[in-house]
Design a protein around this ligand. Sequence first.
Ligand code: C5P
Length: 403
Amino acid sequence: MTINKHILLGVSGGIAAYKSAELVRLLKKQGAEVQVVMTQSAMQFVSPLTFQALSGNPVHSELLDADAENAMGHISLARWADCLLIAPATANLIAKLSHGLADDLLSTLYLAATCPVYVAPAMNQAMWNKTVTQENVETLQRHGVKLIGPEQGDQACGETGYGRMSEPVAICNYLADALENQNPSPVQCLQGLNVLISAGPTREPIDPVRYLTNRSSGKMGYALANAALKAGAEVTLVSGPVSLTAPANVQLIKVETAAQMYEAVMSRASDHAIYIGAAAVADYSPVIMQPEKIKKQEEQSTLILQKTKDILADVAKLDKHPFTVGFAAETHNLEVYARDKLARKKLDMIAANWVGKEQGGFDSEQNALHVFWEKGDKVFSMTDKTRLAEQLISLIAERFNTT
Ligand code: C5P
């Protein structure tokens, strides 16, 4: 088996850190390019020089290091990685990662990484069995992190039980397998193409202080923008109000209302090869925006609403229309409604997902999608939105190139 990938190996402070030196050797032998990041406590167990010599690259350990930031800062390292492998992962590191703390280079890299993350825990068996550790591990798994081990057996502390780090050979084989079975990465599949994406909710004003909106967080649209960028596209992101930071390299157009989003998208759509309508556009907006705050008077009050213009359908109707991809969030009859929208709005593709209490979808970190096009469909099972966006971008590129 070969691993022709960039592996970022995070080493935290456990006695098993010495085994990771062997792990670097094995990964290199399989063809991987390896960079090592060590926590301060890891360096108490093994010298960075060992990892430097074995990986052939300088070891990274400082978050705020002027030289490192100029060369391979945390963002560049995160972008460089095809996979982040943390071995050994201590109880403390797992706790930090599961709560999104970022107080050193490794934990910050975890937050910055958009690649798959694999964690090989190593700790005393009582620490592993502690409820809080188990809860933290479950949280990480829910966030899409894959666990390698730990194994049962004798421990350095003299006790026996679960908590031993998996052997380097086992970790290496697991990784080779996992990376081989990954969906093809979307790298450069949209090279040179202009992609227009709409994301987030819209706000329809009722009066100067009130508006109608929905639960969309914009996470899916922003993840798609990131994935399209990674795939080599020039990305324009038309975004409703969200609390997310857009990737630095996109052209961001901020809008608030459905009418503004319509204008922003329609005026640009013909200049783009692909349009992905991931925004949760309001279907109705108040006919009149009251210029002054509406006073509380009657027991009942009526708001008169007007249907908004369907951006997606109108983009698909343009003479010079882009490859058009819509979304359909449904609480029932997913396939029937999605296929109906695909045909009615004359879309090239529609990505449908369940929404409701038990599902991912709106305002959630994870989602699952069932994608339909005229003569086919594909299911993407529940995963984090970053991964899902990469899978969807790969599929869009594939369909775009065959139509
Ligand atoms: O018909 P429905 O609103 O369920 O379709 C959802 C899809 O249509 C999404 O892709 C959404 O971005 C798009 N849409 C739109 N303009 C609207 C309403 C929905 O582009 N006014």
